[in-house]
Design a protein around this ligand. Structure first.
Ligand code: PEP
Length: 252
């Protein structure tokens, strides 16, 4: 079953207007002829300007988070429909930084994924174990529980992408070994098959995130159940982000 690889950049809370536009420009001019889909999720303040740089290029834009409500008295928040209005195609939900900094529970993440769908976008639902959970041998049970709680009923390969992001690997320079990451991805796919069906599981993309960079991308992306990357630090350098896209196997 072939799944189109997705290489997604998460700029987090980085970038002012001039840097963001310059970075988007450098990515856009070398984004052609990649063997994968490309996505950039800049801070919301840059979405319009960055979106203009990516207009008529193969690079899609996405949001890093959304509120569960469509509109209303939620000062400082941004709704999924506002992101759709700026041509976002995806919204990241449940990133571990939001789970930690904003106390987002699986229930909230699930509601945000549904909000993304309702506004016509796909949700990139993030799951991942902490270092303590890994050391206790609980990785697979933590991942199963986060997937069960965060992925809404009604998930399809079109409206949902899963990102496996071990918390201990995010922004630390530590990466899961390709074999360890593959084992977790295969486990997530087996869970999807049990809960939904074999076809949905076979078609749904599962990205790896956690210090992915040009030097380790090829080995990670060569794994049969790793369908792309969610990339933080390395997505802030056009050369590195594009080198990761170039590491996608030709037969992917
Ligand atoms: C992320 O923020 O989703 C991420 C994976 O960050 P980094 O690539 O910097 O580890």
């Amino acid at each position: 079953m072939s799944r189109r690889v997705l290489i997604a950049g998460n700029w987090k809370m980085n970038g002012l207007l001039s840097d963001g536009v310059a970075l988007a420009h450098s990515i856009a001019e070398r984004a052609w002829d990649k063997n994968c889909s490309l996505l950039v999720c800049p801070p919301a303040t840059l979405l319009m300007a960055v979106g203009e740089e990516f207009a008529d290029t193969p690079v899609a834009v996405g949001g890093q988070d959304c509120h569960v409500a469509e509109n209303g008295a939620h000062t400082g928040d941004i709704s999924a429909s506002m992101l759709a209005d700026l041509h976002c195609r995806y919204i990241i939900t449940g990133h571990s930084e939001r789970r930690a900094d904003h106390g987002e529970t699986d229930e909230i993440v699930q509601a945000k994924a549904k909000a993304a769908w309702a506004a016509g976008m796909a949700a990139i639902i993030c799951v991942g174990e902490t270092e303590a959970e890994r050391e206790a041998g609980d990785t697979l049970s933590v991942i199963s529980s986060q997937c069960a709680g965060s992925i809404p009923d009604g998930a399809t390969a079109k409206n949902t992408v899963i990102a496996y992001e071990p918390v201990w690997a995010i922004g630390t320079g530590k990466t899961a070994t390709p074999d360890d990451a593959q084992a977790v991805h295969a486990h997530i796919r087996a869970d999807l098959a049990k809960r939904f069906d074999d076809d949905m599981a076979a078609r749904t993309r599962i990205l790896y995130g956690g210090s992915m960079k040009p030097s380790n991308a090829a080995d990670l992306l060569a794994q049969p159940d790793i369908d792309g990357g969610l990339i933080g630090g390395a997505s802030m350098k056009a050369e590195d982000f594009l080198a990761i896209a170039d590491a996608v196997p030709q037969d992917a």
